[in-house]
Design a protein around this ligand. Structure first.
Ligand code: NAP
Length: 533
């Protein structure tokens, strides 16, 4: 266990709703942050009345937070002009309520008041600090948020905040690319050497990993939402995921870090699958989302020992769209299968060297062999000619299948067909006549058609086209029952969904990374639970 705390943030418009959320947060949170900024001013008295009743049963410290500044008053001194937000009216009420007692977060204890003050640092720092001087018995978090960017003067902001009477400094900045997280992450080191408690937050999907690994590297606290879908800041992870999936409070600086490298990691099932395996094997390892757009910058500044600016103990990556081919030039070694496929979906890091593998081919073929049996001379349609198709065609040909690729752009797909020596045909569009696949045995969809968020509800083929086939295999796994699988049901053709491949390729990855046999049942259950929620 590390010393960090998981803070669940609750926010509601009515007192009743806020009380309900506090009760639910109790089961998950080390600290409960009550955000008072959505609650209307007229509901405050009612809230404190209700809160008094539940307070004795609440064990988690309470953090009162005000995240809104409505500028109402301007004070001019001989030196400067300050703007005072009317949020002070709310703070006065909170302090006067006396429902929130003193608590020292460094010593442990019960109900507490930590005051978080969120504001535009430059204009409001001085009046806020003088206001809270009168609230001395409470611990005080002073926070600075930038919802647009990582400010270039980040180090100066930290330096000024560190000099204030605040017990804890919180700095939250918006990141758009993963390397934006470097300066905010480096504040952890700086705060450690200054002996100052800090909560550094990189908001946005690209910064999600900082919310997961922060506690292991000395952050005072990390923020979580009560449920997924009720996040109070971009990139926030739900409390149950932080605790059960990522085990954020069990990680430490020696934790081996793995992650999914892709341009859209928010929909990935891989963290659920791999973290389950690490948990079952009781490994000090974690698998995090790494949303990467510029692969070269990421590898240079965060991975390669000679050039990296942060030490994260990376041990491997699962590589997905669009980096499966681009990663190759960064590798120190590539195995024969990955080389033949021309794509790498797995990286293992040993002594700073990057080793590349492809587990998609094995992951694809295993469920197919289990369902269909011998593939020698089986006539297989592969729809699509992208990255996943490369692994599928490679594996099918190795098994002796006769493959025909159907692609929407023949010009683009031609080099692929030539490289793998397969027949290439035009994929029919929705206009009639549609191709029928009755002269084939198996149809494999390797396009994102039908995938949630990409081509919702669209099927790569309709029932009419599928009649006569012996098996339909859809690589898409979100949703669990894809439109193509529904069409296969109508055509009464047996089908396999993409989850089988996802699990099989992930099991191969686990084997490569840990040398252990992966717990298939538990990994499948973890993915299914997510897909069906
Ligand atoms: P990719 O490299 O982008 O390739 C996608 C292929 O689909 C390309 O040939 C593309 O054609 C074609 N395509 C895209 N939209 C199309 C449309 N509307 N109509 C017809 N063809 C279309 O992506 P990928 O890495 O191969 O992944 C493809 C799918 O497989 C994704 O849904 C992914 O989630 C899934 N997948 C699943 C697993 C698993 O474990 N189950 C593993 C890997 C991939 P153009 O080249 O003309 O754009």
């Amino acid at each position: 266990m590390n010393n960090g705390k998981i803070c669940v943030s609750v926010c509601a418009e009515t007192a009743d709703e806020l009380i309900q959320q506090i009760k639910r947060a109790e089961d998950l949170a080390d600290v409960i942050e009550i955000r008072f900024d959505s609650l209307s001013f007229s509901e405050l008295d009612n809230f404190f009345k209700l809160f008094k009743k539940i307070k004795p049963s609440i064990k988690a410290p309470i953090l009162a937070a005000m995240h809104k500044s409505v500028e109402t008053e301007t004070i001019e001194t001989s030196e400067e002009t300050y703007i005072i937000p009317d949020t002070f009216r709310v703070w006065e009420k909170i302090l006067a309520s006396n429902t929130l007692d003193y608590f020292d977060p460094f010593q442990g204890g019960v109900t507490a008041l930590l005051i978080e003050c969120w504001n535009n640092f430059e204009t409001s720092a001085v009046p806020i600090i003088s206001f809270f001087k009168n609230a001395k018995k409470h611990k005080f978090i002073f926070s600075h948020h930038d919802f647009e960017k990582v400010p270039s003067e980040l180090n100066n902001i930290y330096k000024t905040m560190k000099e204030t009477p605040a017990d804890i400094v919180k700095i939250a900045v918006q990141t758009s690319v993963i390397t934006d997280t470097i300066p905010i992450w480096k504040l952890l080191e700086r705060a450690k050497s200054d002996n100052k408690q800090i909560i550094p937050i990189a908001m946005g999907e690209a910064g999600k990993w900082t919310r997961i690994l922060g506690l292991a590297h000395g952050a005072f606290m990390t923020y979580a939402s009560l449920d997924s879908g009720s996040e109070t800041a971009p990139g926030q992870v739900s409390a149950s995921d932080l605790i059960d999936v990522y085990r954020a409070n069990e990680l430490n600086e020696n934790t081996e870090v793995y992650g999914i490298l892709g341009s859209n990691t928010s929909v990935s099932m891989s963290p659920y699958i791999h973290n389950e395996a690490f948990k079952i094997h009781k490994l000090n390892s974690v698998f995090v989302p790494l949303q990467v757009n510029n692969l070269d910058e990421f590898i240079k500044r965060m991975v390669k020992p000679e050039t990296r600016e942060v030490e994260l103990n990376f041990k491997g990556f699962s590589v997905t769209i669009p980096h499966k081919q681009a990663i190759i030039k960064h590798l120190d070694f590539i195995d024969e299968t990955a080389k033949a496929i021309g794509a790498v979906n797995t990286v293992k890091i040993v002594d700073g060297k990057l080793y590349g593998y492809n587990t998609d081919a094995q992951g694809f073929i295993e469920p197919l062999l289990n369902s269909y049996g011998d593939l020698q001379r089986a006539k297989v349609v592969v729809i699509g000619a992208g990255g996943a198709a490369r692994a599928c065609v490679y594996a099918l040909k190795k098994q002796g299948a006769e493959v025909t690729v159907f692609a929407r752009d023949l010009e683009k797909a031609k080099p692929f067909a030539e490289e793998f020596a397969v027949e290439l045909k035009q994929l029919s569009t929705n206009d009639e006549p549609r191709t029928t696949y009755k002269e084939f045995d198996i149809l494999v969809n390797t396009t994102p058609l039908g995938m949630k968020g990409k081509a919702d509800g669209v099927s790569a083929a309709i029932a009419e086209q599928l009649k006569g086939l012996h098996l339909v295999y859809d690589l898409v796994y979100i949703p669990f029952q894809t439109p193509l699988m529904q069409e296969a049901d109508i055509a009464e053709v047996p089908k396999i969904g993409g989850l089988a491949m996802l699990i099989a390729q992930a099991m191969e990855q686990q084997k490569l990374w840990t040398g252990l046999d992966a717990p298939m049942k538990e990994m499948s259950r973890a993915a299914l639970l997510r897909l069906q929620s």
